[in-house]
Design a protein around this ligand. Structure first.
Ligand SMILES: C[S@@+](CC[C@H](N)C(=O)[O-])C[C@H]1O[C@@H](n2cnc3c(N)ncnc32)[C@H](O)[C@@H]1O
Ligand code: SF4
Ligand code: SF4
Length: 304
């Protein structure tokens, strides 16, 4: 049992370090650095026997209104058969319920796209998640290309202590039409909690190159990968990053290994399996993924 606690402590610490260091700069939030959190979550494991997750991105759709060339999740490169169509409330509920069965607390539960505002059932989806006691905070990212419906604004207002909209600021790119002023005006007059990510001086990392062959040296490079531990939950499967979800759904030549992902609907799914998934640093998908960092233009669009 103490072996288990040690493992869990290691997982939680690793993930805290990642988010607190600002590796996931998008969601950098001060309280991550509070060490008492990982002590508290480890202690909870002792009683609950379920691991807590620091942050997870639940993918609602891979459809998007933009086609950013260097999108870190490869969204514009999804093929038709690989697309995750906008989740209905029923599908979403099944996925969230199943995930919560194997987890204790989720500190930051983020939605992910594509563009989440394309999801028709989004108000119901948010309302359901906001009612879950296991979830501490909810982040909803948007590229600000769609004005939110009244129904969505009402839900965001109702749960403004728990749900925060993370607006990407793509105004730096004159070729994309975004509605930041309009959206923030609506949010201000409705007391919706939001943050606009300042894109001034922001550089996007180079998109990864996916190789169908295995390259051992890629695994070594992956240690510095800024997406590692940006856990994505897509269609019932937990992936180490958004690139993993892309590879699994789009590259037929790459057979994503069972140990690299965690399918919560699998009949052998267990709390231990989730813990082992978080501990695993020997990822086969990283051996298919070449990282070269260089500054890329924010939201530069793929030419039609
Ligand atoms: C994949 S997007 C999905 C949400 C929404 N479509 C958007 O663009 O805001 C999630 C976040 O990743 C950021 N992002 C996308 N590609 C990136 C890259 N190459 N480097 C750094 N951040 C990136 C976006 O700015 C956004 O904040
Ligand atoms: S970064 Fe661009 S392409 Fe990727 S999901 Fe966001 S808006 Fe869509
Ligand atoms: S597959 Fe590995 S190297 Fe590639 S983005 Fe994901 S974590 Fe990083």
């Amino acid at each position: 049992m103490f072996e288990d606690i040690k493992k869990v402590r290691k997982v939680i610490k690793k993930h805290f370090k990642y988010w607190a260091n600002g590796n996931g700069t998008i969601y950098k939030t001060g309280w991550y650095s509070n060490k008492n959190w990982y002590r508290y979550l480890t202690l909870r494991y002792f009683f609950k026997r379920k691991i807590s997750i620091i942050s997870i991105q639940h993918m609602l759709t891979t459809l998007c209104t933009l086609k950013c060339k260097e999108c870190c999740c490869f969204i514009p490169y999804y093929k038709k058969e690989g697309q995750l169509l906008p989740l209905t409330f029923e599908k979403y509920k099944k996925q969230l319920d199943e995930l919560l069965k194997y987890t204790d607390k989720i500190l930051i539960y983020a939605y992910m796209g594509g563009e989440c505002f394309l999801v028709k059932d989004l108000p119901k989806i948010i309302e359901y998640a906001a009612k879950q006691k296991q979830i501490r905070l909810i982040h909803l990212p948007t590229n600000a290309t769609i004005i939110p419906s009244e129904e969505l604004v009402d839900v965001l207002k109702k749960y403004n202590k728990k749900v925060k909209v993370m607006i990407s600021d793509y105004r730096i790119n004159k070729n994309v039409k975004v509605y930041i002023d309009e959206i923030t005006n609506i949010f201000n007059s409705n007391n919706v909690s939001y943050e606009v990510a300042n894109a001034k001086g922001l550089v996007w990392a180079k998109k990864y190159k996916i190789n169908t062959e295995i390259k051992e040296e890629s695994l070594e490079n992956a240690k510095n990968c800024y997406m590692r531990r940006c856990i994505h939950y897509s269609d019932g499967k937990i992936y180490p990053c958004g690139v993993g979800a892309y590879i699994d759904r789009n590259i037929d030549e790459i057979d994503v290994k069972e140990k690299d992902i965690c399918n919560v609907f699998d009949k052998n799914m267990s709390n231990k399996k989730l813990c082992d998934f978080f501990l695993n640093d020997d990822l086969e998908i990283c051996r298919h993924c070449d990282i070269t960092y260089y500054p890329a233009e924010v939201a530069q669009q793929i030419e039609a």
